[in-house]
Design a protein around this ligand. Structure first.
Ligand code: PLP
Length: 400
């Protein structure tokens, strides 16, 4: 790609080409403007940077390893490196963003955090940040996700956060965001809405991207140290898109292929999937214009995926732009392919990945078929599979 990307997005209206923007209720506009101004003021300050760096290092465990997966490399026929966000405190990349936004909220003088969660990883990350930074936390979560990710529900509660079940709509992430934002409208004075991915009205996609960029910055340094050069490609799963944006942003102007795995659920043609980038159309959801799953009348369609963190009918606006620019290649990965990849990584490398991350692994396996033995593919393992053991046990039974 021509070296003309950085510095352009978002533009002054918070847009990424025709995507993004700030389509929020009038009543939220002052809070979004306050957040935008606070980020511009505090994020570049040395004091903020030093405090966040310290938290990420000593509390969260950064840098996470970039691991050369020798066994997988032999099987797949090229050099596979795994970025181990599963080893971050809390078990997923989400903490990079929750510590960043939590600290920002504190600098803004807020005393409470409200958020949504799908897989529970972001809710847990917010609960951790709240406990660490002394902020009260409320987490909205759909009924359906409460059932399938109950270990994280317990972790959230154990960490002192209040969990609010959401019974509306598909009772998953989309509805949890709706309810969380509704709550925020009447509590903006003392409460920061801690968005969990690169979605929502401006400035959220930009703020979350900036806090997750640490993943890609580390990959860049580590791969040069270990392999002496940049990789041929980077793969990540895309729910809202924060781990993918974090891993990829610093490579956009490099000669490195960028691959995003979307959740094809029961299969792209069955209608039971979460494929906004490959099968969606332009629309507005949660304050931003982006690719969305919708019916002929523009109503948002329910998404489906075995992994709660990918079960969302929309996607970050910058991913929509990168796809249109031809910079991001998107693969459709079914539930079954993700489950198979989860088993393969567990058995071949001794790493049980989250079902979200398993989509990236399955796509990586597909891409590796066209790679040469000397090529390098980095796969972002966004989280560990501890939260998914119930789902795995239902699908895969072992004899005693
Ligand atoms: C482990 C893990 N990976 C990926 C995701 C998807 O989110 P994002 O696309 O914002 O990285 C989630 C969401 O909960 C998650 O828990």
């Amino acid at each position: 790609m021509a070296k003309s990307y950085y510095g352009k997005y978002p533009d002054e209206r918070g847009k990424y080409g025709k995507y993004g923007g700030r389509y929020a209720p009038e009543i939220l506009m002052p809070a979004l403007e306050e957040l935008d101004a606070a980020f511009a003021k505090f994020y570049p300050q040395q004091r903020f940077k030093t405090e966040l760096k310290q938290l990420l290092k000593d509390f969260a465990g950064r840098p996470t390893p970039l691991y050369f997966a020798g066994n997988l490399s032999k099987r797949w026929g090229c050099n596979i490196y795994l970025k181990r966000e599963d080893l971050l405190h809390g078990g997923a990349h989400k903490l990079n963003n929750t510590l960043g936004q939590g600290l920002l909220a504190k600098y803004m003088g807020k005393t409470k955090l409200v958020t949504e969660t799908g897989a529970g990883q972001h809710g847990y990350g917010t609960a951790i940040a709240g406990a660490q930074l002394g902020l009260e936390v409320k987490v909205f979560m759909g009924d359906e996700d409460i059932k399938r990710q109950h270990y994280n529900v317990y972790r959230i509660q154990l960490s002192g956060a209040q969990l609010v079940p959401v019974h509306s709509g598909s009772r998953t992430l989309k509805d949890a965001i709706n309810e969380g934002m509704r709550y925020w409208i009447s509590h903006v004075e003392d409460t920061h809405y801690l968005m969990g991915s690169v979605v929502g009205p401006h400035p959220y996609p930009m703020i979350v991207r900036e806090f997750q960029r640490i993943i890609g910055k580390e990959i860049k340094q580590q791969i040069v140290e270990q392999a002496g050069r940049l990789p041929n490609g980077i793969v990540a799963c895309i729910g809202g898109g924060s781990n993918a944006m974090g891993a990829m942003y610093d490579f956009i102007e490099d000669d490195v292929a960028l691959y995003g795995a979307e959740a094809a659920g029961e299969g792209g043609d069955t209608g039971k999937h979460s494929l906004p980038l490959t099968r969606g159309r332009l629309g507005v959801l949660h304050g931003a214009a982006t690719y969305l799953l919708q019916d002929d009348f523009g109503n948002i369609k329910e998404s489906h995926s075995v992994s709660a963190g990918l079960d969302y009918p929309g996607v970050g606006p910058e991913h929509a732009l990168l796809k249109d620019l031809g910079r991001l290649q998107v693969g459709e990965i079914t539930d079954q392919e993700a489950l198979d990849a989860c088993v393969e990584l567990s058995r071949v490398e001794g790493i049980i990945p989250a079902l979200e991350s398993s989509h990236a692994l399955a796509y990586g396996k597909r891409i590796a078929q066209n790679y040469h033995p000397e090529d390098i593919l980095v796969i972002n393992v966004s989280g560990n599979g501890g939260k998914d053991l119930d789902i795995l046990q239902k699908r895969l039974r072992f004899d005693l």
